[in-house]
Design a binder for this molecule. Structure first.
Ligand SMILES: NC(=O)c1ccc[n+]([C@@H]2O[C@H](COP(=O)([O-])OP(=O)(O)OC[C@H]3O[C@@H](n4cnc5c(N)ncnc54)[C@H](OP(=O)(O)O)[C@@H]3O)[C@@H](O)[C@H]2O)c1
Length: 283
C-alpha cells in the first residue's frame, strides 16, 4: 500500500467517524447510550447499612453514580458518613446520612421511617454493616460470639424484616454482604465463618420466602479488602493474601461495587438466592 493511498484511507476513516459523531450528537442516541450506562438505578432508593466507610461507602458511591437516591447509614462516625454524602452530592448525586444501630429494633424502625420521609420509597436494601475478629478457637468467648452473631446475623435479619413494610408491590432487591470466609476454609475464623455462613443461609431461605413479593435476595462474598476495619496493607498478612489471589493484589472497597449495582438493577431480575464471590480469585 502506498503512502498516498494510506493517507486517503485515513482521511476517509476520519470523515466517516466525524459523521457518526455528528449523527450521535444530533440524535438522542448519545443521551440514551449514556443513560443506559450511567443511570441503571434511576428513580431507585437504596439503603446501605454501615456506609460511612469501607465496602459500604464504595457501594453507596457506585449506587449514586448509577442514578440511585442513597441512604448512608452509620453507627457513630457522623463526620465520615457526611463526607461520603458530600462526595456523592459533589458528583451531582442524591444522598442522605442516617445514624442508627442496625441491631436495635427501635433504631431500625426509625431508620426506615426517616428514609421514607426523605425519599418516599425503598427499592434496594444492602446489608453491609458487619464486624470480624480472627483468633484461635481457644480464645473464643461467649461475648465475642454474641458480638459477631448479633451484628452479622441479627443485624442483617432485622433490617430485612423491617424492609417488608417499605418495599411496594414492585418488590426490590436485598443484597447481603457476606464474606469469602463462608466458602474458603480459613483458620482462626470460626466465629466469623459461622456468622457469614448463617448470612448465606438466610439469603437462600429468604430468597424462596420473599420471591412471591418480587423481592430478590442475594449474597456478595468479598475477598480480603483494605478498609478502616481491616487495614491489611503493610501487615504480615498482605504477602500471604496477594500470593493466594490470582489477580495479584489486595481488594479495594470499589471492587465489589459494580456487582452490587448489577444485583440492585432490574437487569438482575432473574437472579435470586445466589452467593457470588468477588475476590480476585481468592477462594
Ligand atoms: N474488609 C474486608 O476484608 C471484608 C472482606 C469480606 C467481607 N467483608 C464484610 O464487608 C462488610 C463491611 O466491612 P468493612 O471492612 O468495609 O467495614 P468497616 O471499614 O469496619 O466499616 C464498618 C461500617 O459499619 C458501620 N457499623 C458498624 N456497626 C454498626 C451498627 N451496629 N449499626 C450501623 N452501622 C454499623 C460503621 O459505622 P461507623 O463508621 O459509624 O462506626 C462503618 O460504616 C462487613 O459485613 C464485613 O464482614 C469485609
Amino acid at each position: 500500500m502506498s503512502v498516498k493511498s494510506l493517507g486517503m484511507n485515513k482521511a476517509i476513516f476520519l470523515v466517516s467517524h466525524l459523521q457518526i459523531c455528528k449523527l450521535l450528537l444530533e440524535s438522542d442516541m448519545y443521551d440514551r447510550l449514556l443513560k443506559k450506562n450511567m443511570s441503571t438505578l434511576e428513580n431507585k432508593v437504596v439503603l446501605i447499612t454501615g456506609a460511612s466507610k469501607g465496602i459500604g461507602a464504595g457501594i453507596a458511591k457506585a449506587m449514586a453514580q448509577a442514578g440511585a437516591k442513597v441512604v448512608v447509614n452509620y453507627l457513630q462516625d457522623k463526620k465520615a458518613a457526611d463526607a461520603i454524602v458530600e462526595q456523592i452530592r459533589d458528583a451531582d448525586g442524591t444522598a442522605l446520612s442516617i445514624q442508627a444501630d442496625i441491631t436495635h429494633v427501635q433504631e431500625v424502625k426509625r431508620l426506615f421511617q426517616e428514609l421514607k420521609n426523605a425519599f418516599g420509597r425503598l427499592d434496594v436494601l444492602v446489608n453491609n454493616a458487619g464486624v470480624y475478629k480472627f483468633e484461635p478457637l481457644e480464645l473464643v468467648t461467649a461475648s465475642e460470639f454474641n458480638r459477631q452473631f448479633t451484628q452479622n446475623v441479627w443485624g442483617t435479619l432485622l433490617p430485612i424484616q423491617e424492609s417488608l413494610n417499605y418495599f411496594d408491590q414492585q418488590g426490590g432487591s436485598i443484597i447481603n454482604i457476606s464474606s469469602v470466609a463462608s466458602v474458603k476454609a480459613t483458620p482462626m475464623s470460626v466465629l466469623y465463618t459461622a456468622s457469614k455462613s448463617a448470612v448465606d443461609g438466610m439469603t437462600r431461605s429468604l430468597s424462596k420466602e420473599l420471591a412471591s413479593k418480587k423481592i430478590r435476595v442475594n449474597s456478595i462474598l468479598p475477598g480480603p479488602t483494605q478498609t478502616a476495619g481491616n487495614p491489611i496493607e503493610g501487615t504480615d498478612m498482605e504477602g500471604y493474601i496477594v500470593g493466594q489471589t490470582p489477580l495479584g493484589r489486595i481488594g479495594q472497597p470499589q471492587d465489589t461495587s459494580g456487582l452490587a449495582v448489577f444485583l440492585a438493577s432490574d437487569e438482575a431480575f432473574w437472579i435470586t438466592g445466589q452467593k457470588i464471590v468477588a475476590s480476585g480469585g481468592f477462594d
